[in-house]
Design a protein around this ligand. Structure first.
Ligand code: NAD
Ligand code: WQD
Length: 341
């Protein structure tokens, strides 16, 4: 199949491109490089052992998207192209609503005009909101989100479900990611946040490599086994494999379906720090600070539906996640910039 990856130069998109090509599919990447760089595309091609067609374009640009769909007979779109920093979304809500909602509407319109039959969407566990009990299961209602980023995901799921209801020829697969970490085992592609990382794993990795002095652990008085928050961390290559299954499923299915992509096992912030130290043989200095606003004490996935329907299950361990993150970080201490600049 020919799969168009909107936002495919980013962290999850780049790993998905490699796994899709390894499974025999062809990919086209469309990215405006607002949170990534062309070097990532070069490395995808290197890992895949064949060239990758990439367009520098804004997915909100309808004329550009129509031209790309007219030039290529795309079978499926995966929509990764979003702004994703929770704190920034509170400060810049309009930019988040504009970019995330508009990319989705533009893609759906351009797909309809060009007869592209299926779309896989990067959703998030954040749509379960603050009220649902865990483990989260797909049949639970959307909850209320604590930030505009989360609301964009919730709204985009609704838009995609409505589009599928109205168009019997359209297949929509909503993938709710839990906490993706790790990197390709080669160390050639990985997560490359701009500025100070918001998420735990890239921060830990930057402390280990000497780019940051210490980690602040946000709260150690939660009602969890060691007092720090617990999350369902999933290896990004397992997540990428979930997309391969989702694309293949979408080809033989109509309507909208939602799947959790998680491991079903939570780890605490302290467990992550200690696992990282073990796997990198580096010490990760940390101190405890106050809780971060909006953080839930713990949540994790019920991932049974993806296993039963897609035949997908996360296979990699926490040690794999830490080892591969460290390989990427130690080989690329400044991210992609160390080679591209
Ligand atoms: P990322 O920022 O690395 O990748 C997103 C890519 O989209 C970037 O390459 C960026 O340049 C591109 N992009 C953004 N807006 C664009 C636009 N208008 N036109 C063209 N390209 C555009 O993020 P990621 O971690 O790979 O996440 C991918 C998707 O998964 C996002 O939608 C994110 O919200 C979602 N998601 C991520 C996580 C996570 O923890 N990483 C968890 C749940 C969901
Ligand atoms: C994990 C734990 C922090 C940084 C976010 C989004 C979510 C999804 C995934 C996109 C928490 C603690 C973190 C630090 C810390 N993204 N932490 N010190 O918040 O579970 O999920 O990314 O959809 O929507 O909200 O992930 O990695 O930011 O935090 O102590 O410097 O690590 O308090 O307990 P989170 P995270």
């Amino acid at each position: 199949m020919l799969v168009l990856l909107a936002g495919g130069a980013g962290y999850i998109g780049s790993h998905t491109a490699v796994e899709l090509m390894a499974a025999g599919h062809d990919v086209i990447i469309v990215d405006n490089y607002s949170n990534s760089c062309p070097e990532a595309v070069e490395r995808i091609a290197e890992l895949a052992g064949r060239p990758v067609q990439a367009y520098e374009a804004d997915v909100k640009d309808k004329a550009a998207m129509l031209a790309i769909f007219q030039q290529n007979k795309v079978d499926c779109v995966i929509h990764f192209a979003g702004l994703k920093a929770v704190g920034e979304s509170v400060r810049k809500p309009l930019e988040y609503y504009r970019n995330n909602i508009d990319t989705t509407l533009t893609l759906l319109e351009a797909m309809r005009e060009c007869g592209v039959p299926s779309i896989v969407f990067s959703s998030s566990a954040t749509v379960y909101g603050e009220e649902n009990p865990y483990p989260y299961i797909e049949t639970m209602p959307h909850g209320s989100c604590s930030n505009p980023y989360g609301w964009t995901k919730s709204m985009m799921e609704q838009i995609l479900e409505d589009a599928a209801k109205a168009d019997p020829g359209l297949s929509v697969v909503l993938l709710r990611y839990f906490n993706p970490i790790g990197a390709h085992a080669s160390g050639r592609i990985g997560e490359d946040p701009q500025g100070v990382p918001n998420n735990l794993m890239p921060y830990v990795a930057q402390v280990a490599v000497g780019r940051r002095d210490h980690l602040t652990i946000f709260g150690n008085d939660y009602p969890t086994p060691d007092g720090t928050c617990r999350r369902d961390h999933i290896h990004v290559v397992d997540l990428a494999d979930g997309h391969v299954k989702a694309v293949e499923y979408a080809a033989s299915h109509k309507g909208a379906e939602v799947f959790n992509l998680g491991t079903g096992t939570p780890y605490s912030v302290l467990e992550i720090v200690h696992a990282f130290e073990r796997n990198s043989e580096k010490s990760v200095k940390f101190e405890f600070g106050p809780r971060r606003e909006g953080d839930l004490a713990e949540f994790w996935a019920n991932a049974d539906k993806a296993a039963a329907v897609l035949g997908w299950k996360a296979e990699r361990t926490l040690d794999d996640m830490c080892r591969d993150t460290w390989k990427w970080q130690s080989m690329n201490p400044q991210g992609y910039r160390s080679e591209s600049e």
